[in-house]
Design a protein around this ligand. Sequence first.
Ligand code: AMP
Ligand code: MG
Length: 333
Amino acid sequence: MKYYEKNQIENWDKAIEEAAQVIRKGGLVAFPTETVYGLGADAQNEQAVQKIYVAKGRPADNPLIVHIAHKEDLMKIAKDISDWVLHVTEKYWPGPLSVVLNRREDFCSAASAGLSTVAVRMPDHETALALIERSERYLAAPSANISGRLSPTKGRHVAEDMREHADIILAQDDLVLGLESTVIDARGSYPVILRTGCVTCEMLAANVGRAEIYDAAAEKPLLPGMKYVHYRPRATVMIVDGNLEEKSEKIQNFLETEIKTGIFCSEKLSKNIQCKDVVTYRSLNEAAQKFYATLREFDEKGCRKILCEKVEQTGIGEALVNRMENAAEGRYL
Ligand code: AMP
Ligand code: MG
C-alpha cells in the first residue's frame, strides 16, 4: 500500500496519475471526496469491483455508487431519465447527491449487486474528479471503511481499515461535509430519499415540487444497504435531548456513575459539563464534519460510552441525527 499525503508531496499531479494507472489496471485507490473517503475501482471491471467487496467485507447484495467526472456521463450509465432528474443533477452536481436509476444494458452490472438499477454521483472534490478523469473510467466507490464501521473522514482512518487492501491511498484531509451523500430513488415522478444527506428533502421539494423520505420502518427495505448496520463505533452511543438545563443535568448524573465517557456537544452545552473527553462544535456544519472522527477518537481513547447532544434537524442536521440514531441504535439518555 502506498500512502500519499497531499501536503507532504511535491507533485500531487503525479500521485494522481499513478493512482489513475492503478485504476486502469484493476486496482483499488482510496480518495477524498467532499463527503467521506471513497474506495474506488473501475466500475466496468468486474474483478476490480469484486476487490472492493472483499476489502470492505461488504455483503454481496449491497450495491455501490458509480462516480463520474462529467454530468453528461450519466446518460452512458443510466436510462429512463426524467426531466426533474436532469434538473436536480444540473443544480446539485458536482455535489453530495446520488441518483438511483435504471441501468443501461450496455453498462457493466458489477456495481449493482444483482439489481437492474445503478446509483450515480458526481463528487465535488478536485482530487476525486481528477482521478476519475485521468483514469478514463467511472469509479465504483463506497466509503473506504470496513463494512459496519464508521465512514473515514481522515486519511489515517482509511489506512487503519484498508492498509492491506488499497493499492494507493490519496490522503487530503479537507473534506468539507463529513457525512455520506443523499441517495434518492430517481425512477419515479419525484425524489424518494433512501438515505438522508446534505441535500435535504426541503431542497429537493423546492426544486421538483414534491419529495419524500422513504420510511424504512413502515415499508420493506428498498435500499439494500438499509438492512445493514452502519456508522457504529465500539463504544455504546446515547443521544441526549431536551433543553440546555435538562441536557446538562442528564449528562452530569450520567457522569457520576459512568467512567470513560466521551461527550460530543455544542460549545454552549460544554460550559455546563465537567468531563475531560469533550469534543465541541460551534455550528451544525462543524458538527457533521467532526462527527465520525470524534467517534473514532473516543474509541481510540478507550471510552466505553459516548454521549451525543442531539442537533437541530434542519439542513445537514437531519442527516446528522440519522447517523447519530444509527450509531446509538436508537438509544436516548
Ligand atoms: P456507500 O457506498 O457505503 O456510501 O453506500 C452506498 C449506499 O447507496 C448504500 O446504502 C447502497 O445500498 C445504496 N445504493 C447503491 N446503489 C444502489 C442501487 N442501485 N439501488 C439502491 N440503493 C443503492
Ligand atoms: Mg458506507
